[in-house]
Write a protein that binds this ligand. Structure first.
Ligand code: GRF
Length: 223
């Protein structure tokens, strides 16, 4: 990690099973991610993510959105919990709530999300099925900064996943998830190393990574 003595303190927000959280936990434990998970927050008391964190002795908090009168009130409670834990980067990992301006202004350019499609194609929900229904030949996953829109913020890293004959949403989702588990820790590491800068819609990475050359073609040219 460059220019930092301390590990980056991250707060992970998850509503569900938490396999992305698990990948982040595993990478921080094996030393390949210079980040410390300061807290895991969920809006869902039954989230598997809370259990995964607790098993590793990571602080958890459940803040149930149903107990709040408005999105803003809920977000204020989330922000307070994150600030209390000294969080520097907010990592949304299957967090199923819309973030309000209250949240965005508390962590400017410091909230990232993972989405299981190749944005800007297929924002929103049920996107693996959408990609199949559309007849796309590729989908994938995207880590991006969060802005005021739904899945619209500047893109940090993407992985491309081919759609194959006979695919269904579950099989495609599983192959995309494998890539999510690789690119999310990588995006956090780039942030931890201080290598990420946002210029308009562009995310500039310094020093620049090696060029990605070549193209994927599906179906293959020689098929
Ligand atoms: C992932 O597909 C992620 O891209 C989406 O929600 C899902 C969360 O999965 N935002 P998990 O809880 O990390 O297993």
């Amino acid at each position: 990690m460059t220019n930092r003595k301390e590990k980056l303190r991250i707060g992970v927000l998850a509503s569900g099973g938490g396999t992305n959280l698990q990948a982040i936990i595993d990478r921080s434990l094996d030393g390949s991610l210079d980040a410390e998970i300061a807290v895991v927050l969920s809006n869902n008391p039954d989230a598997g993510a809370l259990e995964r964190a607790a098993q590793k002795g990571i602080a958890t908090r459940c803040i149930n959105h149903r107990e709040f009168g408005s999105r803003e009130e809920f977000d204020r409670a989330m922000v307070a919990a994150l600030q209390e834990a000294g969080v520097e980067l907010v990592v949304l990992a299957g967090f199923m709530r819309i973030i309000t301006e209250t949240f965005l202004t508390a962590f400017p350019q410091r909230i990232i999300n993972i989405h299981p499609a190749l944005l800007p194609a297929f924002p929103g929900l049920h996107v693996q099925q959408q990609a199949l229904d559309y007849g796309a030949r590729f989908s994938g996953c995207t880590v991006h900064f969060v802005d005021g829109g739904v899945d619209t913020g500047p893109i940090i890293i993407q992985a491309v996943v081919p759609i194959i004959p006979g695919d269904n949403a579950d099989r495609l989702a599983a192959r995309i998830l494998e890539q999510e588990h690789l690119i999310y820790p990588r995006a956090i590491q780039l942030f931890a190393e201080g290598r990420i800068k946002i210029e308009g819609r562009q995310v500039i990475i310094t020093p620049p990574p090696p060029d990605v050359s070549g193209a994927l073609v599906n179906p293959a040219l020689n098929s």
